[in-house]
Ligand binder design. Structure first.
Ligand SMILES: Nc1ncnc2c1ncn2[C@@H]1O[C@H](COP(=O)(O)OP(=O)(O)OP(=O)(O)O)[C@@H](O)[C@H]1O
Length: 285
């Protein structure tokens, strides 16, 4: 589903959370990156129709929507945390949300397929209070997909998930992303690195980047250096330069430094990673 956002503003009391935000996205997986407090949750909740905007225009699927309820059934939302009724089973939760979504035809089959997709089919009789954090997250995905939404909004999905759960979560989203639009918000670059080709980066409620991962990395080329120094010197160095990575070695430390100029003679240039490029961008702004 195509989404166009123009001049979107939102404030809370004395805090401006979104400041004249504009962007245009089409089908595919988009990563929404930004530090804590950048405005990601606010944007996701406004797009999901859970929070009112103060100003600006949003169009979904090429249409200006006056009342979000007209298209709510086409939007899936996965919040940071789920809370389910603890004594209901996995199946009962799916059944309950299917009723809410007015799924009439093939309900049993839809539930079965979704539980298979998130690998919870064998746990369908378990009460939700007995599920691990990762299992709850997967149940949340299955719930959000019940209405077969064209647009899926995912807010910081991997908080509390172990590495295997993270991989599984990404795989489920990738499978589901064909012919749909998915926006995944995170402040961790590796969360979205392998799944999203395009990025939207927020900083203090403003859109500071809208484009591909490759273009972002191209912009940072020539500004990433590695060097080896003593541990004592590294403390001084880290105050002066932006350091994206620090490896402890047996005889000192290796730093990855983001700087337009070569920081010291012994430094050598290296290819930027997405994490370098993201840090370079938001610290330049
Ligand atoms: N209900 C609220 N009342 C007052 N201020 C709020 C409220 N919700 C968010 N804010 C503020 O608005 C700004 C944007 O918050 P938001 O939660 O959208 O950011 P975020 O990028 O999702 O952060 P995080 O990664 O920590 O979830 C922050 O400064 C936050 O403190």
């Amino acid at each position: 589903m195509e989404i166009k956002v123009k001049g979107l503003c939102k404030g809370y009391e004395d805090k401006i959370a979104l400041n004249e935000l504009s962007f245009h996205i089409e089908e595919g997986m988009y990563g929404l990156l930004g530090a804590n407090g950048a405005g990601k949750t606010t944007l996701i909740r406004i797009l999901a129709g859970i929070l009112e905007k103060d100003a600006g225009e949003i169009s979904y699927g090429g249409e200006k929507i006056k009342d979000i309820n007209e298209i709510r059934h086409r939007i899936g939302y996965i919040p940071q945390k789920f809370s389910f009724y603890p004594n209901m089973t996995v199946f009962e939760i799916m059944d309950y949300f299917s009723e809410l979504n007015e799924v009439k035809k093939n309900k049993e089959n839809i539930i079965k397929n979704l539980l298979e997709l998130v690998h919870l089919e064998e746990c369908k009789m378990m009460k939700t209070k007995a599920l691990s954090g990762g299992m709850k997250q997967r149940l949340g995905i299955a719930v959000s997909l019940i209405g077969n939404p064209d647009l899926l909004l995912v807010d910081e999905p991997t908080v509390g998930l172990d590495p295997m759960e993270r991989i599984h979560f990404s795989n489920v989203l990738t499978t589901f992303s064909r012919d749909r639009t998915i926006i995944i918000s995170s402040h961790i670059v590796s969360d979205i690195e392998s799944t999203c080709k395009r990025l939207l980066i927020l900083d203090n409620g403003r859109n500071v980047y809208d484009g591909t991962k490759d273009e972002l990395m191209r912009r940072c080329k020539g500004s990433v250096w590695e060097l080896k120094i003593s541990e004592d010197d590294s403390i001084k160095f880290e105050k002066e330069y932006l350091v994206s990575k620090k490896d402890l070695l047996e005889d000192g430390v290796r730093l990855r430094v983001l700087s337009k100029e070569k920081p010291i003679e012994s430094a050598y240039e290296v290819m930027p990673t997405l994490n370098d490029s993201y840090l370079f961008l938001v610290n330049k702004e």
